[in-house]
Design a binder for this molecule. Structure first.
Ligand SMILES: O=C(CO)[C@@H](O)[C@H](O)COP(=O)(O)O
Ligand SMILES: [Co+2]
Length: 217
């Protein structure tokens, strides 16, 4: 069964814990935490302080998606805040292998993220070292954008690369995932689907999660 990772970018920040408790109660496995610095992407969101506060009351897997320049500078802070998985953009890392080792040195899971236009060739030599590959299906920076259709083929290619090497690497897909396209994403090979507006954009979060789960089958 596909894992769901609600993106808190689309939650009500004034009622953040309340919203997060709703997705936890609805059975969502990961909490997707979009960290933006206003440099790597044209938007600013949240830092480790908020993650640390949520950690006290939430038992989901904390999946931090760092959309920041120079991520090495902040990895320890996000680890100390309680993240279970940290993913970094290949486009933001000059020494990608070193950054992956840095994350793993804290005993948590490490992942790499690829923008829609970034080739899978860029992760050929680090695939054996990561726990997750996050494929962006929108250009990063904002929630509520439309899924870019050519990413489906990219998911299939990545699934093939992982299976051919016999690796235990999760594929996460992020951006524009809705009940109308989640089956296409899962059938292509995704293990984890991020959903921001498709979950937090709804009055009834239980119903929104149910719709994603039912349409994924
Ligand atoms: O990382 C990002 C955007 O940069 C995502 O995690 C979005 O926040 C997902 O939101 P939806 O596209 O599902 O509304
Ligand atoms: Co994200």
């Amino acid at each position: 069964m596909v894992k769901l990772a609600p993106s808190i970018l689309s939650a009500d920040f004034a009622r953040l814990l309340e919203d997060v408790k709703k997705v936890e109660k609805a059975g969502c496995e990961y909490l997707h935490i979009d960290v933006m610095d206003g440099h790597f992407v044209p938007n600013i969101t949240l830092g480790p302080g908020i993650v640390k506060s949520l950690r006290k009351d939430v038992n989901m897997v904390f999946d931090a998606h760092l959309m920041i320049e120079n991520p090495d500078k902040y990895i320890k802070e996000f680890v100390d805040a309680g993240c279970d998985i940290i993913t970094v953009h290949v486009e933001a890392c000059t020494h990608l292998h070193r950054t992956i080792q840095n994350i793993k040195s804290y005993g948590i899971k490490a992942g790499v993220v690829l923008n829609p236009a970034t080739s899978l060739d860029t992760i050929k030599y680090v695939l054996d070292d990561v726990d997750m590959v996050l494929l962006m299906s929108v250009n990063p920076g904002f929630g509520g954008q439309s899924y870019i259709p050519c990413v489906t083929e990219k998911i299939k290619e990545l699934r093939k690369m992982i299976d051919e090497r016999g690796l235990n690497v999760e594929i996460e897909v992020d951006g524009g995932v809705k009940p109308s396209n989640i089956k296409e994403v899962v059938d292509a090979g995704a293990d984890v689907c991020v959903a921001g507006s498709a979950i937090f954009g709804h009055e009834d979060i239980d119903e929104a999660v149910k719709a994603l789960r039912e349409n994924a089958k």
